[in-house]
Design a protein around this ligand. Structure first.
Ligand code: SF4
Length: 156
């Protein structure tokens, strides 16, 4: 829901209210394949409470990794990882995150700052207000819309 909040409040509302579109999304299939075939030596998919980590490593602290298909339009993925760090920070203050793009051989370090903690407080306060609205928030055009399963419904 944190990802949807950052990408589109309307999509967040659809998700929470269990409104789905039937679609065949190649991006999701490719994403699943990357998850299956990349970093097979790592410990994969650790489930904790409402979180699923792609894999973790412990060195001096703890690093949570999130594997993604492409480094474009990653704001949602970044905030998903911020949410994991935010939720885990009291258990392990030395926790960091890393977004990994195997196809591009790229990595991006994610650090939880005080500013992000404040923003996350606000996000977690806002989400229940949005999902409980009687109607979905209005659609407005953004870069992400073309890849969204609700594109034909929203007609943006
Ligand atoms: S098509 Fe655009 S406005 Fe509609 S739900 Fe998707 S991201 Fe939101």
């Amino acid at each position: 829901m944190v990802q949807y909040y950052k990408i589109c409040h309307r999509e967040l509302w659809f998700f929470y209210n269990q409104i789905n579109m039937n679609y065949n999304n190649d991006d999701i299939d490719i994403g699943k394949l990357i998850h299956k075939n990349s970093y097979s030596r790592e410990n994969k998919e650790i489930k904790l409470d409402n979180m699923v980590f792609d894999y973790v490593k412990s060195n001096n602290g703890l690093t949570i990794f999130e594997v993604k298909k492409s480094s474009s339009l990653t704001i949602g993925a970044k905030y998903q990882l911020y949410y994991y760090l935010y939720s885990m920070r009291k258990l392990n203050p030395n926790i960091t995150g890393e977004l990994v793009y195997p196809k591009e051989r790229k990595k991006e370090k994610i650090i939880l700052t005080d500013k992000i903690i404040k923003e996350m407080d606000k996000i977690l306060e806002d989400i229940p207000k949005i999902v409980q609205l009687d109607k979905p928030p209005k659609a407005y055009k953004k870069k992400y819309c073309r890849k969204c399963s609700f594109f034909e419904l929203c007609m943006v």
